[in-house]
Design a protein around this ligand. Sequence first.
Ligand code: ADP
Ligand code: MG
Length: 173
Amino acid sequence: MTQTIFMVGARGAGKTTVGNALAKALGYKFVDTDLALLCTSGLSVADIVEREGWEGFRRRETETLKAICSPFTVVATGGGVVLSRENRDFMGQNGTVIYLRSPASTLANRLEDAPLEDQRPTLTGKPITEEMTEVLNEREALYQEAAHHVVDGTQEPQRVVNLIMDALALSMA
Ligand code: ADP
Ligand code: MG
């Protein structure tokens, strides 16, 4: 298991939290695509969306995904990375994709508890539970399609890490 591990899931799924802990457990590097984008462009997701629209952001996100793909690395992707077939195919062919799955209510609770940790603009301006329900309706099938492993993301982070390690070990057996 030397390939890149890509964490996918909606905002609040735990891609950053669990991805970081998984990288530590495996002795891998950890990279967050939004932070990598900030490093290379000097712009936050919100800045890019404001200047270039979501389309500009998505194009830069695809470039970033390809640039940071390397062995022994856990990558926390942005929530919308699976919207692009190019991204789904790239991750599927160049790594192992883990979908951190939680219901909209869990995601909404987490985002309400920690609003400042995620600097992304909301997609719709609607109440957060409603927005997360819509986001999952739109993307659930894409997350599932992209993923090699679907993991219950409602468990506490260390438990989720263990579930992922089990899934990775089984897939190598
Ligand atoms: P993402 O990167 O997928 O948007 P984060 O890792 O930033 O999600 O997590 C969003 C919030 O939810 C953070 O406050 C984090 O502490 C919390 N969180 C993440 N994963 C879990 C989990 N498995 N159980 C409880 N809280 C979690
Ligand atoms: Mg994150």
